[in-house]
Design a protein around this ligand. Sequence first.
Ligand code: AMP
Ligand code: MG
Length: 413
Amino acid sequence: MPVSASSARTAARSLSVDEALDRILARVRPLAPVSLALLDALGTVLAEDVVADRDVPPFRNSAMDGYAVRGVDVAIAPVTLRVTGEIAAGSTPTGSVRSGEAMRIMTGAPMPDGADTVVRVEDTDNRTDVVTITAATKPGTSVRAAGEDLQRGETILRTGTVLRAAELGVLATLGRMTARVVPAARVAVLSTGDELVELDAPLGPGQIRDANRYSLASAARAMGATPIPLGIVRDTADDLRRALRDAAARADVIVTSGGVSVGDHDHVKPVVDELGSMDFWSIAIRPGRPLAFGEIDGALIFGLPGNPVSSLLGFELFVRPALLKMAGRRLLHRPRVTATLDDTLDTPPGLRFFARGVYDPQAGTVRTTGPQGSGILRSMALANVFIDVPETIQHLDRGATVTVIRTDQPEDH
Ligand code: AMP
Ligand code: MG
């Protein structure tokens, strides 16, 4: 690919991807904690230390369906014991187990006094008047001690923990209705462009469907943020002003696509300058060179380019880490691995190139998804990784070692 003097000069004045991300992250703070009902808290980050205020389980209980006995009575089998009662889960035992006796007991039922062992039903003849134990059982077998899971006073979960299913189960077990967490960011998504139409509208001359609303809102949802799709905004300063004010009132973050180039109808920059503040960056990247970043009424705004590949890549590289930081996450960056290129690849000089790739973790190889134009959204749909090619490289042969960003995996650093 020929190097034109002007593109090299532009690239030299551009921000690198890392500089842009550093500037963005320096402006981002975690959202203020709120109390959320447990079922609304999945994927959020805990903003309190959780101390067990009780033992779990709260009482000694049986780990098996079987017979509660004295361990000394079942050290040698077979042995026959008198059955004096039955204890179901949720009931309270009456009486205690004495020498030569047994009580039928169900999993989770409280252990009766006197008993220290449960013989599982499979090791008995399963009778209700007298029972024959057919396998010798060690004292203490199949009994769960009170507090064996969580002990009262113990710190069970710490600030910063991401609440997954298991952590929410722990909170439920402690009787917690709510948890103090960093909430999911609300992300307003706006598509700018006079050429855009709704999905169900017939396509007139020069019109295309609004793909970015769906890809960007879904990218936000996929990471646990709350997308607020606000539709299409026409390329007029008035429309944009109205839409951005509305978005700033409802969201923590505004993501726009389109209108950040220097075309005649690119209004994002002047309107945001009027309503708030915005930096307008040329980033040494392909695809997705222009990126605007600023603030309106306390909401952060990311102005992504309109090309569907560029906007989704911009979301992945810049918006996603910012939203993760806002959500209180500590791991902001996807795993990076090296792979052997199973293709040749020509990339532009002076620009960091993110090729869409198909990575085979078993083979350790990666190939591109085919044509890599910024309007070819199919290249994203087919990909499971980005191939991250530095500014200094212009050509890669088959067999070259490349760095791959695993967008199919959660952040690991
Ligand atoms: P712009 O950044 O506004 O100059 O747009 C760059 C290219 O992306 C143009 O070809 C637009 O038609 C296209 N584009 C802009 N917004 C969208 C959208 N929401 N969905 C699909 N394509 C878009
Ligand atoms: Mg446009």
